[in-house]
Design a protein around this ligand. Structure first.
Ligand code: KG4
Ligand code: ZN
Length: 361
């Protein structure tokens, strides 16, 4: 089984071919990702209109490159899987319409994929994980804890009530005059900082509500920075280190809660695992905190390679394969309209105002 995946929901234009022969482990035959960071850097964040146009310009070439790298022709592909939401609607339209055209021209089935499902199932592509497991998704657009129970069977246990975590990193960086994207630059500055200098709040820590919140922390950073302005390099480093410590602590509290809930809900699961995905999962302080928590709780800590944790099309192709083999590919994908908001878990209602792009979680 070979599936061509297409991803255009945010600021990466990506295409990939993934194969599964039913005997050996799945194989990523190609994985082409074009990041638009340079197009958006001057604006300090993703500009939807620029993103959509960049997808239009790049997508055909990226798909061609992915097919060429995989040594498979379109004829040898069994299906096309494309991200149909959630995300920026301009990019979604470009990717999904292109996929529809290719599927119609080549007479192949089209599978409309939820981007979050791509993240949720990646650990099965990379690590062959069995259901159920727990997923922590921390990126620029999402901050969620999801119980992954099966293909198409997800339960969201926590989401952010305001900013996504990556967004909090990016906004903090902007306030401190660090370049976009903020996360890696905050981490770099934090390395030479004193994490105990500022006692920033740990939002939601100890709260009975399982969700995340980061906007109060962001405000505390702003106040601390303006109180001691102008900032020296050391001040910036100390703020970054203190911010990162607060984030790791707050995140750890939320995740520990979810690990305990998982134990209670799946008492028979003998080898439970926590999977991390999303750009923020690259952060070493956060990773170390989560790893220690998992060790204490007897969970395996699974962090797929970074390029498969951030937005890519291999995870979309893989979700297509999972749906195909589960007989859940959907019959009418050609009629599927892009959905800027598309909760993975239709049971848990979206929280008002969650995330930079609205209540998509
Ligand atoms: O998953 P991702 O590449 O894409 C989208 O959200 O679309 O995540 C990007 C986010 C950005 O907010 C970026 O600042 C953050 O991940 N990030 C980090 C680090 N590397 C990337 N945050 C903290 N520490 C890092 N090392
Ligand atoms: Zn993503």
């Amino acid at each position: 089984m070979r599936v061509l995946g297409i991803e255009t929901s945010c600021d990466e234009t990506a295409a990939s071919v993934v194969a599964l022969d039913g005997v050996s482990a799945p194989e990523i035959l190609s994985n082409v990702v074009l990041s638009q960071i340079e197009e958006h850097a001057a604006f300090g964040g993703v500009v939807p209109e620029i993103a959509a146009r960049a997808h239009v310009e790049a997508l055909d070439g990226i798909i061609e490159a992915a097919l060429a790298d995989s040594d498979a022709s379109l004829d040898q592909v069994d299906a096309i899987a494309a991200t149909a939401g959630p995300g920026l609607v301009g990019g979604l339209i470009v990717g999904l319409m292109t996929a529809k055209a290719i599927a119609a021209a080549a007479d192949k089935p089209l599978i409309a994929i939820n981007h979050l499902e791509g993240h949720a199932l990646t650990a099965r592509l990379t690590d062959g994980l069995d259901f159920p497991y727990l997923l922590l998704l921390v990126s620029g657009g999402h901050t969620q804890i999801v119980a992954v129970r099966g293909v198409g069977d997800y339960q969201r246990w926590a989401t952010t009530i305001d900013d996504a975590l990556g967004e909090a990193f990016d906004k903090t960086a902007k306030m401190l005059g660090l370049p976009y994207p903020g996360g890696p630059n905050v981490e770099k500055a934090a390395a030479s900082g004193d994490a105990s200098r500022f006692a920033f709040p740990r939002p939601m820590k100890g709260s009975a509500q399982p969700d995340f919140s980061f906007s109060g922390l962001k405000t505390a950073v702003r106040q601390a920075a303006s109180a001691i302005a102008p900032l020296s390099d050391q001040d910036v480093a100390d703020i970054c280190a203190s911010f990162q410590a607060a984030v790791a602590d707050a995140l750890g509290d939320r995740v520990a809660r979810a690990l305990a809930r998982f134990r209670k809900e799946f008492p028979d699961k003998t080898n439970p695992a926590l999977v991390v995905a999303g750009g923020v999962a690259a952060n070493r302080t956060i990773k170390a905190t989560l790893e220690a928590l998992c060790f204490e709780a007897g969970f395996a800590f699974v962090a797929p390679p970074q390029k498969l944790c951030t937005d890519n099309a291999a995870m979309i192709a893989w979700a297509g394969i999972e749906r195909l083999r589960a007989g859940m590919a959907g019959v009418n994908a050609a009629d599927f309209a892009p959905r800027s908001r598309w909760p993975l878990d239709s049971v848990s209602a979206p929280l008002v105002g969650s995330g930079r792009r609205g209540a998509k979680a």
